[in-house]
Design a protein around this ligand. Structure first.
Ligand SMILES: Nc1ncnc2c1ncn2[C@@H]1O[C@H](COP(=O)(O)OP(=O)(O)OP(=O)(O)O)[C@@H](O)[C@H]1O
Length: 269
């Protein structure tokens, strides 16, 4: 059978390309970070507390202005055109904000309206998402009585209602019980299988181990290692070991940085 891909077919741009991203508060939080995530990839960003993960994702999502660097989303300059970037991106914070006086269905229809979705498809999409996340029976109850986990799921549904191509989540599973965590994981895997790109941070290493195709490790605002679990094992000299052991070895090793072309160098800091 002939190869359907023409020889000179343009290479699709990565879902996310970050170059030399920098942000300093009282000291550097993100310190010259390079990161590339391919379209359709499930990517986990790991790092110790204070490593710069949330700051990175907030800059990528247009919530925080970088001091320097570039952010490209599907080839689009997200710093120059944040509205266009947000149209194809979902951001789910670790402290989601929803409107307590609304029901989940009202909240999702409201968000869908902000994205310009017509009412009929918006309601269908909202109900579908709420059902997937096990919130169908609560679709018409006000959110004010909801538990933290239920609120997290409403926020996730709200972030997905406009069918974003890139889904960025900060600690999406923290505080969820086993059933809720499973529902969220299933929704994210389903999105990835349907061609979406998922980038998440997590301290639950088992989540990264089982779900992510590639894992990036950040320490002190820099990407110090990146690859499949097997590649990270090799790099850490921990063949056959758990991600927990590999991660701890990587973050306690002398600091190296992975550059944009995948090469690594000692920083000498
Ligand atoms: N708004 C802010 N003002 C001042 N410092 C900040 C602010 N946001 C983050 N920082 C600092 O930047 C550094 C990186 O924080 P960040 O929240 O990005 O880390 P993280 O890797 O997400 O950590 P964690 O795993 O604990 O959530 C930390 O030293 C933090 O104290």
């Amino acid at each position: 059978m002939p190869d359907p891909t023409p020889v000179n077919a343009p290479v699709p741009p990565p879902a996310l390309q970050v170059r030399n991203l920098r942000k300093t508060f009282t000291r550097p939080a993100v310190d010259g970070l390079d990161l590339t995530v391919a379209a359709g990839e499930f990517y986990a960003l790991l790092g110790p507390n204070g490593a710069g993960k949330t700051t990175t994702l907030r800059m990528v999502s247009g919530l925080l202005a970088p001091d320097a660097g570039s952010v490209s989303i599907f080839g689009m300059d997200a710093l120059a055109d944040p509205v266009a970037a947000k149209r194809i991106t979902a951001w789910v914070s670790d402290e989601p904000m929803i409107y307590d006086k609304l029901t989940p269905l009202e909240y999702l229809e409201f968000v869908a309206g902000l994205w310009g979705l017509p009412a009929g498809p918006a309601e269908a999409k909202s109900r579908e998402l709420l059902d997937w996340l096990g919130l169908g029976p609560h679709a018409d109850e006000r959110c004010e009585g909801f538990s933290k986990g239920m609120r997290q799921k409403v926020a996730l549904a709200g972030a997905l209602v406009h069918d974003p191509r890139l889904i960025i989540l900060d600690e999406p599973l923290t505080g969820l019980d086993a059933a809720s965590a499973r529902q969220v994981k299933d929704v994210l895997l389903q999105r990835a299988q349907a061609g979406g790109t998922v980038i998440l941070t997590t301290h639950i290493l088992e989540v990264a181990e089982r779900m992510a195709e590639r894992i990036g490790v950040i320490a002190q605002g820099r990407l110090i290692a990146e690859g499949t679990l097997e590649e990270l094992r090799q790099r850490a000299g921990r063949a056959g070991r758990s991600l927990e052991e590999v991660f701890l070895a990587l973050v306690s090793a002398p600091e190296e940085t992975v550059s944009a072309d995948g090469a690594s160098e000692r920083t000498g800091r």
